[in-house]
Design a protein around this ligand. Structure first.
Ligand code: ZN
Length: 213
């Protein structure tokens, strides 16, 4: 993608694409999906767009995302990979990066947000490094910088995802837990993990449990 000049303070008339959307259309998609114009998803959209420019056509791709924040939503909005269908895995090491890779070979393209390229975009830099409290962020400026930066702030690497991260655990046998009477994967043992001591919830009195009276 061509890098736009920052000196133009009103790039609204310039058409910038994120996959099949214009930037403005994608802002609307993000707003309706996520609840607000999360700049992380907008930038993530450009990152997905960049990944597709470097992927060979043909193979089916899985996604490996290195952060649970915002970026998985960009992947789910712009690729067939979702957490629900198992094609998107989040492996949280906290880097703002993901890889789209060939399911069979593991070969893929890793896209990361490159801090070395953020100096021309101070509002994005402040957002990325959390230099300002959220209420002090200038959303209009952030959107402007995101649109202006486009894919220019992405870094790209060609990588191979190892087997241990590609092998999907298919839990195909389920049973009824003798204690809670709900279904659970048999491979977890005699009872479900929740009943085996994995505490998920705190006990609450019945009157605040949400039961309809
Ligand atoms: Zn149970």
């Amino acid at each position: 993608m061509k890098v736009l000049e920052l000196k133009d303070q009103s790039p609204q008339e310039i058409t910038v694409k994120i996959k099949d959307y214009t930037f403005e259309e994608f802002v609307e998609v993000v707003r309706s999906f996520h609840g607000f114009e999360a700049v992380g998803i907008l930038i993530g959209g450009f990152m997905v767009d960049e990944a597709y420019r470097h992927l060979p056509r043909g193979p089916l791709f899985d996604a490996l995302c290195e952060t649970p924040k915002c970026l998985p939503d960009a992947i789910q909005l712009l690729t067939p990979c979702t957490i629900g269908n198992g094609w998107l895995t989040v492996f949280n090491i906290g880097r703002y990066a993901f890889t789209l890779y060939d399911k069979e070979t593991g070969d893929g393209v890793r896209i990361f947000l490159d801090p070395a390229k953020l100096d021309p975009f101070p509002e994005i830099k402040a957002w990325f490094f959390k230099l300002k409290p959220k209420k002090e962020q200038d959303l209009a400026r952030l959107l402007y910088e995101a649109k202006t930066a486009g894919t220019s702030i992405c870094g790209i690497q060609h990588v191979r995802v190892p087997h241990k991260l590609r092998d999907k655990q298919h839990q195909n046998e389920f049973a009824i837990c003798p204690r809670c009477k709900e279904s659970y994967p048999v491979s977890d043992g005699e009872s479900c993990l929740a009943c085996s001591g994995e505490e998920i919830y705190e006990q609450v009195p019945p009157d605040i449990s949400g039961e309809q009276v």
